[in-house]
Design a binder for this molecule. Structure first.
Ligand code: ADP
Ligand code: MG
Length: 216
């Protein structure tokens, strides 16, 4: 089981006069097997922190330790490999591939992670049913609502069985009943798989279900 440890992370974003310090010496640790809620006001740097933890954004300083590996020190190619193979990421926007159906989104991600898509279709369909999208398997990204796209992205992140699940505001675009169900699914998967699940959220439903709460 892999722990995520952030040590003294600093990040500034933007260029020239617009350059803004966003994270100033942030340190935190997320234990595997449980849901950690990442809370803080809008603009406090939650999405930025997820990008750093997910090896999408290299911090200006500090360590990003996934187990023994410092993601901040890896080259671009190695970072991409870690992202494909060990990290499941659900962006606020969903970030799906245009033109692919819901099932194909999961199969494509598995294939990119080096897992042949053959024989995975049934598992992909189950993963979509678990987020309440059993009736949308063959819809393309552009035929889904914002909340449905987010749920496809969540199913895709879970389907990869990553060491590190990074989830950005998963319940913002769904009703309260779904918010509870999705939160329970994330917490259950973290427990079953022993992965880190870091979830940026404003939602009391998620915060109440979290084993740990990290405040920005
Ligand atoms: P949160 O997810 O908590 O709402 P974000 O991580 O998205 O916060 O943003 C943190 C801060 O970083 C915000 O104040 C935002 O304005 C700033 N920021 C984000 N991107 C840029 C950028 N490209 N240039 C300058 N500032 C940025
Ligand atoms: Mg955000």
């Amino acid at each position: 089981m892999t722990t995520l440890t952030l040590r003294d992370i600093t990040v500034s974003l933007g260029h020239g006069d617009a350059r803004t310090p966003v994270l100033r010496g942030l340190s935190a640790s997320c234990r595997p097997g449980m849901l950690t809620a990442l809370v803080g006001p809008s603009g406090s740097g939650k999405s930025t922190l997820l990008a750093v933890a997910g090896a999408l954004l290299r911090p200006d300083g500090g360590q990003v330790l996934l187990g023994d590996t410092d993601l901040a020190l890896l080259g671009d190619g190695e970072r991409a490999k870690v992202r494909r193979e060990r990290i499941g990421y659900m962006f606020q926007s969903g970030n799906l591939l245009g033109g692919l159906t819901a099932v194909e989104q999961l199969l494509a991600a598995a294939s990119v992670a080096g897992r042949p898509a053959r024989r995975q279709r049934a598992a992909a369909e189950t993963a979509l049913a678990e987020v309440g999208l059993g009736h949308r398997l063959k819809h393309r990204a552009d035929q889904l609502s914002g909340g449905e796209r987010q749920r496809v992205a969540l199913a895709r992140a879970l389907f990869l069985e990553p060491d590190l699940l990074l989830i950005d505001e998963p319940t913002a675009a769904v009703d309260r009943e779904q918010a509870g169900a999705l939160t329970e699914l994330i917490a259950r998967r973290a427990a079953e798989r022993g992965c880190v699940a870091l979830v940026a959220t404003h939602d009391p439903v998620v915060v109440d279900a979290a084993a740990e709460v990290m405040e920005m």
